[in-house]
Design a protein around this ligand. Structure first.
Ligand SMILES: Nc1ncnc2c1ncn2[C@@H]1O[C@H](COP(=O)(O)OP(=O)(O)OP(=O)(O)O)[C@@H](O)[C@H]1O
Length: 320
């Protein structure tokens, strides 16, 4: 649905996007993630035909961004970060104006406006002047505009920036809901947003793709699989040795063995299991058999945020 091949953009001596290639299949929501200056905006400006590439290319729904920009625009809904709207127009009037600009016939325009107003929860404000709406509502007007011509592909640039927490939740729900019917590229620097909404993640850094995969694959790639944390009372050496012998356990790390000496004697064992093994029951049984007083046993999932920080640190030490 989106296919990018060796796409490159240089601003004079600055290589903002450096030979990147990736595909986004139909119906998938992909998070496009990276630190400031990574090249995200430049990439999506090229995909939406606002900027010509220096070299390489891309297709959107099969249309070439360089030679078929009209077709790309027809197939693409683009919500820029600070969506420019005509603030003195009313919501419905604005959408009608945008539909006319897109040369949508009258009947189609009317039915699509009703549809996007409903889909983007704009019913309450359809006759209000845009300039008097909250930022959340304005963002939804921008989203409604990008959906108006029923494009199969959506590119959303930081769609929740500046929204309040309840608006953020609603907007994420809407984006998630749009996946399946639409192929969505969500450009963001908010990691929990990616975890909440995206099927797949592409991480860009310094104009190149640093990693891509599902959130699970990315965590696995840095051996950030879940840990089981066990808080119990016992000797650090013995706990480490005995739990290390439980079937399926890969390794055991005692997190606060020393601190425990001066405290109440409780320590926390962090256990990594072999891939796809859940060792909690066996660990609990072993703790009981050894009569170690137990306070807590819980599964700790690594977040994508931890992955991102760890990966960026690894790249920096490589000199990247
Ligand atoms: N018009 C321009 N002229 C020169 N350099 C530019 C221009 N636009 C962007 N750059 C540079 O290209 C690089 C990539 O910028 P880009 O805006 O694509 O990054 P970004 O990932 O979108 O960052 P942010 O999250 O801060 O928007 C940066 O080094 C930036 O300074």
């Amino acid at each position: 649905m989106i296919s990018v091949s060796q796409l490159t953009k240089a601003y004079g001596p600055v290589l903002a996007v450096d030979h990147i290639s990736f595909d986004v299949p139909k119906g998938q929501i992909v998070g496009f993630l990276g630190p400031n200056g990574a090249g995200k905006s430049t990439t999506i400006k090229m995909l939406s035909c606002y900027l010509p590439p220096t070299s390489g290319g891309a297709t959107v729904n099969g249309y070439d961004i360089f030679h078929q920009s009209e077709k790309v625009r027809e197939n693409l809904g683009y919500l820029p970060e600070n969506c420019p709207l005509y603030t003195d127009m009313r919501v419905r009037e604005y959408l009608d104006y945008r539909g006319r600009l897109r040369k949508m016939p009258r009947d189609l325009r009317k039915s699509r406006i009703d549809y996007v107003i409903d889909r983007c929860w704009l019913e309450k404000v359809r006759d209000r002047v845009i300039g008097q709406l909250s930022k959340g509502y304005r963002q939804r007007v921008g989203l409604a505009d990008s959906l108006l011509h029923d494009p199969p592909v959506l590119i959303l640039d930081e769609p929740t920036v500046g929204l309040d927490p309840s608006q953020i939740i609603e907007t994420r729900k809407l984006i998630k809901d749009l996946g399946g019917d639409h192929t969505v590229m969500l450009c963001t620097h908010i990691l929990p947003e990616v975890e909440a909404v995206c099927d797949r993640v592409i991480i860009i850094r310094g104009g190149t793709i640093a990693a891509q995969g599902t959130p699970d694959e990315l965590r696995d790639s840095l051996k950030m699989q879940a840990r089981v944390l066990v808080e119990l009372k016992g000797s650090a050496d013995q706990v480490s040795k005995v739990l290390g012998n439980v079937a399926g356990v890969q390794n055991v790390e005692i997190l606060n063995g020393r601190a425990s000496a001066g405290s109440d004697g409780f320590i926390t064992a962090a256990i990594r299991a072999q891939p796809k093994r859940d060792v909690r029951e066996d660990v609990a049984r072993t703790v009981m058999q050894n009569q170690w007083p137990l306070r807590e046993i819980r599964l700790e999932q690594a977040s994508l945020e931890e992955y991102f920080v760890k990966m960026m640190a690894a790249q920096a030490t490589k000199g990247g």
